[in-house]
Write a protein that binds this ligand. Structure first.
Ligand SMILES: *Cc1c(COP(=O)(O)O)cnc(C)c1O
Length: 395
């Protein structure tokens, strides 16, 4: 992006990419941000133009300057060949899978995968003649023993967004490639600031842009970033299926991305502080946060990540449902709800049993998932302290 005096190209820092990439003020009358483009029809001036199809935009469904402003940023962040913005994180997962699979193929999915993605595989891919199998998220190089001659895709999520196992991406990539399969990684937790799966051998990286990229719980989007080899398949399938993301949603993502670096830093610090503090509390049996030395995959996290996300889990000592209700029903600062990645802290009880088929969830205690937002840390601690006291009384 910038030239050193020696003439060597210097790679800009990730903060500079986030603030500068994907903007083109010269084309927007000097206005700094790419505005919201709304539109289906794109006009051609002459028959020659219509036939040449060489204009930057031909029809709105393929994208517009607002969607591209997001795609450029994510491409640079992930070190990808290209990126496509799609309507949701789930759409990113489903398009990526369909881009790699056809009838008669086999897919391996981590047992820790985001549940709606799992349901898509069971409820849709199976019906389309794809065999769907799940693997232990900690299998690493052992994946090669599961690959069949027709396995064409492996879907990883690191860490799992409910159970927080870290996956050995280089080992999974090597095993997948040796068997002729592509590796898709859901990188929503760490964001490309702290983890870059393509540089570790993955072929496709997906994000729930709804979460950290948007950052304010007010828009839906997903991104798919790929190597050059995988790009055509992804873009073909997206085009065939007719997925399009509106300029309005794209603008929300672009806006969120500009502050991603400082938000991630704050979320990281606070989440780690809360996780460390929770580890010392009586009612807490276990904290599931990969950046804690107590986490079983801490060494792997240290090797492959440069930071950690806002989201972690914790297991409280076994107690009846009434204690879980006592914990969450009167929270004052935390709220209860799905999704995560916004400025506001969330805490949710999680039931794993049905979502697992390979590695049964063996914790006896009650599992919770917390997203640490941007409130005062002492307020967050006070809220959880009170919740833990209510839990203990109801136990
Ligand atoms: C939320 C989430 C998704 C899906 O994103 P949506 O935009 O809600 O469809 C995918 N993966 C992970 C890890 C998520 O947390």
């Amino acid at each position: 992006m910038t030239e050193k005096s020696s003439g060597q190209t210097e790679t800009p820092s990730i903060e500079t990419v986030l603030t500068h990439a994907g903007r083109n003020p010269d084309k927007q009358f000097g206005f700094i941000n790419t505005p919201v483009y709304r539109g289906s029809t794109v006009l051609f001036k002459t028959l020659a133009d219509l036939e040449a199809q060489s204009q930057a935009y031909l029809y709105g469904r393929a994208g517009n300057p607002t969607t591209e402003s997001v795609e450029r940023v994510v491409t640079e962040l992930e070190g990808a060949y290209r990126t496509k913005l799609v309507p949701s994180g789930l759409a990113a997962i489903t398009i990526a899978l369909m881009a790699c699979l056809k009838s008669g193929d086999d897919v391996l999915i981590t047992d820790s995968a985001y549940e709606p993605g799992r349901k898509f595989a069971d409820g849709f891919l199976e019906h389309m003649g794809v065999s769907v199998r799940f693997y232990d998220p900690r299998i690493g190089a052992g994946l090669s023993t599961l690959l069949l001659p027709n396995t064409r895709a492996v879907l990883a999520e690191s860490p799992g967004s409910l159970t927080f196992e870290i996956q050995d991406i280089p080992a999974l990539a090597a095993a997948a490639h040796a068997g002729g399969a592509r590796l898709i990684v859901d990188n929503s937790w760490a964001s490309p600031l702290y983890h870059r799966p393509l540089s570790l051998g993955a072929d496709i990286v997906v994000h729930a842009a709804t979460k950290m990229f948007v950052g304010h719980s007010d828009a839906f989007a997903g991104t798919i970033s790929t190597t050059e080899e995988a790009w055509e398949d992804v873009e073909r399938i997206r085009t065939l299926l007719g997925y399009f993301t509106s300029g309005d949603e794209a603008f929300q993502v672009a806006r969120g991305l500009r502050t991603l670096a400082i938000r991630m830093k704050e979320h990281q610090e606070r989440a780690l502080a809360m996780a460390t503090w929770l580890e010392t509390r009586d009612e807490v049996e276990k904290v599931l946060h990969p950046a804690l030395p107590s986490h079983p995959d801490h060494a792997l996290w240290k090797r492959d990540f440069t930071g950690s996300g806002s989201l972690f889990g914790f297991v409280l000592k076994p107690a009846p449902k009434a204690a879980v209700a006592a914990f969450v029903d009167q929270m004052q600062v935390f709220s209860m709800g799905f999704s995560w990645g916004g400025y506001e802290s969330l805490c949710l009880p999680v039931r794993i049993t049905k979502a697992r088929t390979v590695v049964p969830w063996s914790e006896e205690g009650n599992l919770f998932r917390a997203h640490i937002g941007l409130e005062g840390i002492e307020d967050l601690k006070a809220d959880l302290s009170a919740a833990l006291e209510r839990y203990a009384r109801a136990r």
